[in-house]
Design a protein around this ligand. Structure first.
Ligand SMILES: *Cc1c(COP(=O)(O)O)cnc(C)c1O
Ligand SMILES: [Zn+2]
Length: 550
């Protein structure tokens, strides 16, 4: 594969060698790989048709001349998953999750490590240094072991012990630095310098940016398979790319991917970029919101999400700012609390367990949709950058399991089992009736309730059925739609209030309808709460349910 390293400051071209990290002409550290896009563009589609779906299918566009398949752990080629439930909750049906948890060490750093280690191996380099908040070092450590490369992993003392142990398990030397991530990088850099070792330079590492760009290629190919191509090009671009960031290497690479595809005529546009940071360490977001051209550093990050604790983004901010502005994107920040909440929503609604750093992107997505910046008709791809490790012990709190104790001495096993199971028997749970004519909406409300507590849930698909069910079951709570066949919600409420047995059952109305003043006065005093559909992500809904039920 032929490629050249071009300086983004002076345009000077130089050959690639991993340890030569500055432009020979102007000394800039900001350079990128450039390929013969015209030639590659002519044959790429035909070649791709015959290759497996993994990172190395784009090998003409990667800075490794002869990819060594023996080093591979199956990196790249992660699924693009439609977030159907989130889409319904948010009123934004085309949300897709690029599931980077499915990489060999469960984060998107596997792309970076696999390409970088392949390039080092090819250049005959056998020792390297990386500073990390956990995931980069885990990933490098795994690939280094296959390649016989020695890794010195500098991590901050905030990195969960589980993650440190995983780094060590693959045989790398872990060096714990008590200090900020930025300080940890400085120490690592000094160490590498003294020993003349290859060092990972974050977003300035050619191989890392090249590796990350494969996410863009995969998204374009996968979205085309789902939605069809954009007009007059072979592939499709989403409207948004959302990712949680620390140093910003991911989106810088993904942007380069889309830029290259556009240059080769494979796509006709670049998505809007939405880099999301944790509020307690959001130098890029804060600087962008203030309209600054250079980032104001954050010297003491205040977030528990240590994976995202880069306080001094430097030049990466300037690049990302340009990309965000050019694409009409937006920077956003979210609190740790929002991120943890998003993590629960994602797990409970989509079956995806993401680490807090990845959940930051989802919390950002919720915020941008609520602010109207991401529109209901937009197609959004969110990068789910990493998997929850048991490293996050505080996540569930207490009471996350129900204990069933078997066999006390006097009981026969059978009796013991039955009486034990009565401790989890659903009859003892509060009863909720959902009256709603759309099956999808019923399923969604049921799921939201089930994810937050133990309820016995009964459903009816029209007003008449609903009224009968309520009169028969006398539930603790009713969640009621207004516009339904057979009997509308207004009539159901009036019938309930007219009879003593049902007069005091609390009712939450959930409706997509804009109510007229007349309709509002018909409901007033008759119901406990009015929810707009699409509002269910709001904590209010569950608080309301919990308050009404006790
Ligand atoms: C590294 C990492 C990030 C931040 O990525 P950058 O693009 O380098 O800023 C986000 N989430 C997870 C899980 C990570 O490991
Ligand atoms: Zn230069």
């Amino acid at each position: 594969m032929s490629f050249i390293i071009k300086c983004i400051d002076c345009g000077h071209n130089a050959p690639y060698y991993p340890t030569s990290t500055t432009c020979p002409k102007c000394n800039s550290q900001w350079r990128e790989a450039e390929y013969d896009y015209e030639a590659i563009g002519k044959t790429l589609l035909v070649k791709l048709a015959a290759r497996p779906f993994n990172l190395w299918r784009y090998r003409e566009l990667l800075p490794v001349r002869n990819p060594n398949i023996n080093l591979s752990l199956g990196e790249g080629g992660t699924p693009l998953i439609r977030a159907v439930n989130l889409g319904m909750m948010l009123g934004c049906p085309n949300i897709y999750i690029k599931d980077e948890r499915q990489g060999p060490t469960a984060s998107f750093k596997d792309r970076q490590a696999s390409v970088t280690i392949a390039a080092l191996k090819e250049a005959g380099i056998t020792e390297m240094v990386a500073a990390s908040t956990g995931n980069v070092a885990i990933s490098y450590s795994a690939y280094a072991s296959r390649a016989g490369v020695k890794l010195w992993a500098f991590v901050t003392s905030l990195v969960p012990a589980m993650k440190m142990r995983e780094i060590a398990l693959y045989g790398s030397q872990v060096i714990k630095i008590t200090g900020s991530y930025d300080q940890c990088k400085q120490v690592a850099s000094e160490f590498a310098h003294q020993r003349h070792l290859y060092q990972d330079l974050g977003a300035r590492t050619i191989t890392s940016i090249e590796a990350m760009k494969t996410i863009a290629y995969e998204i374009a190919e996968q979205l085309t398979a789902i939605q069809g191509a954009d007009e007059e090009v072979p592939w499709r671009t989403p409207d948004w790319y959302v990712q949680s960031i620390s140093g910003g290497m991911g989106p810088i690479g993904v942007y380069k991917g889309f830029r290259e595809m556009k240059q080769m005529g494979l796509v006709n546009r670049i998505p809007a970029f939405a880099p999301i940071q944790a509020e307690g360490c959001a130098p890029m977001v804060d600087s962008w919101k203030k309209g600054l051209e250079k980032a104001e550093p954050v010297t003491s990050p205040k977030t528990r999400i240590e994976t995202l604790a880069t306080g001094t983004p430097g030049r990466s901010y300037e690049l990302l700012r340009e990309y965000v502005n050019n694409t009409n994107g937006a920077f956003e920040s979210v609190s740790d609390e929002d991120a943890f909440r998003a993590m629960h929503v994602l797990a409970k609604m989509e079956g995806i367990s993401a680490e807090p750093a990845a959940a930051v992107a989802f919390a950002g997505l919720f915020k941008l949709i609520r602010a109207g910046i991401i529109k209901p008709s937009d197609t959004v791809v969110v990068n789910c950058t990493g998997h929850t490790m048991p490293a996050e012990p505080g996540i569930l709190g207490d009471n996350w399991s129900r204990d069933v104790k078997l066999m006390t001495s006097q009981q026969t096993p059978q009796e013991g089992l039955l009486s034990a199971l009565s401790q989890v028997a659903p009859e003892r749970f509060p009863k909720i009736v959902i009256v709603e004519d759309t099956a999808e909406a019923r399923r969604l409300i049921r799921r939201i309730l089930q994810s937050q507590g133990s309820f016995t849930i009964l459903e009816a698909s029209n007003g008449r059925e609903g009224l009968e069910l309520i009169q028969r079951e006398l539930p603790d709570l009713v969640i009621l739609d207004l516009m339904m066949p057979e009997m509308d919600g207004f009539t159901v409420i009036e019938s309930l209030r007219a009879k003593t047995e049902t007069a005091t059952i609390p009712v939450i109305v959930a409706t997509a309808k804009e109510l007229t003043t007349d309709e509002k006065s018909r409901l007033s005093g008759q119901i406990q709460s009015l929810m707009q559909k699409g509002d269910f992500l709001n904590d209010e809904f569950l608080e309301e349910v919990k308050a009404l039920i006790k």
